[in-house]
Design a protein around this ligand. Structure first.
Ligand code: ATP
Ligand code: MG
Length: 337
């Protein structure tokens, strides 16, 4: 029996492309294209990747909102794919989501108290809903006097607090956070991330935390996975990941994070990826990253790298020519064409 709360096995989620009056299927958008991950109880898995790499599709599939083309999703060792309506109802309580856009994810006509009370009513969680709403508002740092306000009366950060209160209301086992701070100002981002961390400690929560920027998840993630065109490029525990990223794509993402020291920031080299992000409807052969990789060789065009253990036990890289330690710091011109 594994201790994983969530396991994703060989997951593929394809969307058919239909053309013409007969709506014939002419191809597939391979949004998630063979993905494995696991998250233990109480952990935070950070998932990072560019726009369109399949992060939201992965999130929606974990919540049972998208049907996989193949592969499996297990919660506490049990596959959710053939769940009955009753089991699905339970899953909707145990696995919650916090969305990217706090402006559209809340019903504009409902008061804060009604938004937070809605899941409690739907699942008949408590006899004293009013008291529980008060507790939840307090937990996420919303003042009691905001009780009767409508979403438009709040700032982005406060709205996200309402979304978080709604997500924790049913004491879920897992919360999938899909870019929950991307729409917020940088100063507010830090406050909301701190709130996620505090709640995790207090309520023993497990998170899948999606972002498109590695700096956002640096403090919150215990483990980090990097996605590119529906595939996992590198995954590791956070410490090894940030100190010794080995995939050229991860190194490019890391080199884009501004350094706090202005002197170092001025002189540091950036790895600029060449070319457009390929379409997931027509991914490159071999290593999907080879068309933009600064160190790709002919071999990478014909052969597909699998995630393999490199260095410490938890660190895996899908690259035939992973970057040796220190190469980026030593001068990223080595990596540029
Ligand atoms: N319902 C759908 N039908 C067809 N294609 C879809 C559907 N949902 C997503 N896609 C496509 O699948 C790919 C992955 O999309 P997804 O929204 O999962 O990416 P993402 O990593 O969340 O991007 P972003 O950072 O912009 O949110 C994209 O090419 C997208 O256009
Ligand atoms: Mg998305």
């Amino acid at each position: 029996m594994s201790e994983a709360l969530l396991e994703v096995r060989d997951l593929e989620v394809y969307f058919p492309i239909k053309k013409g009056v007969l709506k014939k299927t002419t191809g597939n958008v391979k949004a998630v294209n063979g993905l494995n991950l696991s998250v233990n109880k109480g952990e935070t898995l950070g998932i990072v990747g560019e726009s369109g790499c399949g992060k939201s599709t992965l999130a929606r599939t974990i919540l049972g909102l998208e049907k996989p083309t193949s592969g499996d999703i297990l919660i506490e060792g049990e596959s959710i794919l053939n769940y009955s309506a009753k089991q699905m109802h339970r899953l909707r309580r145990d696995v919650q989501m916090v969305f990217q856009d706090p402006f559209t994810s809340l019903n504009p006509r409902m008061k804060v108290s009604e938004i937070i009370a809605a899941p409690l009513k739907a699942y008949k969680m408590t006899d004293n809903i009013e008291q529980r709403v008060k507790e939840l508002m307090d937990l996420v740092g919303l003042k009691p006097e905001y009780h009767d306000r409508l979403p438009h009366e709040f700032s982005g950060g406060q709205r996200q607090r309402i979304g978080i209160a709604r997500a924790i209301a049913l004491k879920p086992k897992l919360i999938v956070c899909d870019e929950p701070v991307s729409a917020l100002d940088v100063s507010v981002q830090a406050q909301v991330i701190n709130l996620f961390e505090d709640l995790q400690k207090e309520l023993d929560l497990t998170y899948v935390f999606i972002a498109h920027d590695l700096s956002v998840i640096k403090h919150i993630a215990d483990k980090v996975s990097v996605m590119y065109l529906g595939k996992m490029m590198e995954r590791s525990d956070s410490e090894s990941f940030y100190n010794h990223a080995q995939h050229p794509y991860t190194n490019a993402l890391l080199s884009a994070i501004p350094l706090p020291d202005p002197g170092k920031e001025k002189t540091r080299e950036r790895i600029v990826l060449k070319g457009e992000l390929p379409s997931p409807a027509n991914p490159p052969t071999g290593c999907v990253f080879h068309t933009r990789c600064p160190i790709a060789r002919d071999y990478c065009k014909e052969n597909t790298p699998q995630l393999e253990r490199k260095g410490n036990e938890e660190h895996e890289v899908a690259c035939f020519f992973p970057i040796e330690k220190g190469m980026v710091e030593a001068g990223s011109e080595n990596l540029l064409r």
